[in-house]
Write a protein that binds this ligand. Structure first.
Ligand code: ZN
Length: 145
């Protein structure tokens, strides 16, 4: 992680780990552990139709846990679960300026899933990097104003 944050030729400003995304079959079931057992506060669920997903956020200090439940068998989260099972799905870094960060990554030849930012849960601007470019981890950048 230090290598990513402190490498010399990096202009983008990563502010913190915004959230960890966890793929679940059911947010209601997921709440049993994350909320009832661990005591994290459930902030409510939101469906993002364009991504065929319902998300639920649980704040943890400066970051959050995001549970992701697919709303359709052909959605990206359903496909992820089909391939890899439920569990850890992506890490999201909050950046100061997502357009600048994407431009810099393109310049460095990093394969992106989203060429341009789109609007995710909570109105954040988000974009995913391809796991092939990150050593197998799905990485999301997000900017919240
Ligand atoms: Zn996310």
């Amino acid at each position: 992680m230090a290598a990513i944050l402190i490498s010399g030729g990096t202009k983008m400003e990563i502010l913190k780990i915004d959230h960890l995304g966890i793929a679940v079959n059911s947010i209601d079931d997921g709440k049993n552990f994350w909320s009832d057992v661990l005591g994290l506060e459930f902030e409510g669920a939101e469906t993002v139709d364009a991504q065929k997903v319902t998300t639920a956020f649980f704040p943890v200090g400066e970051s959050e846990v995001e549970l992701l439940e697919s709303t359709s068998p052909d959605g990206p989260v359903a496909k992820f679960i089909e391939k890899k099972g439920t569990g850890f799905q992506h890490v999201a870094f909050r950046v100061a300026n997502i357009e600048e960060a994407l431009a810099e990554l393109k310049e460095k030849g990093i394969q992106l899933i989203d060429q341009e930012p789109r609007i995710g849960a909570g109105g954040a601007k988000i974009a995913f990097l391809h796991p092939k470019a990150t050593g197998g981890v799905l990485v999301e950048l997000c900017q919240r104003d």
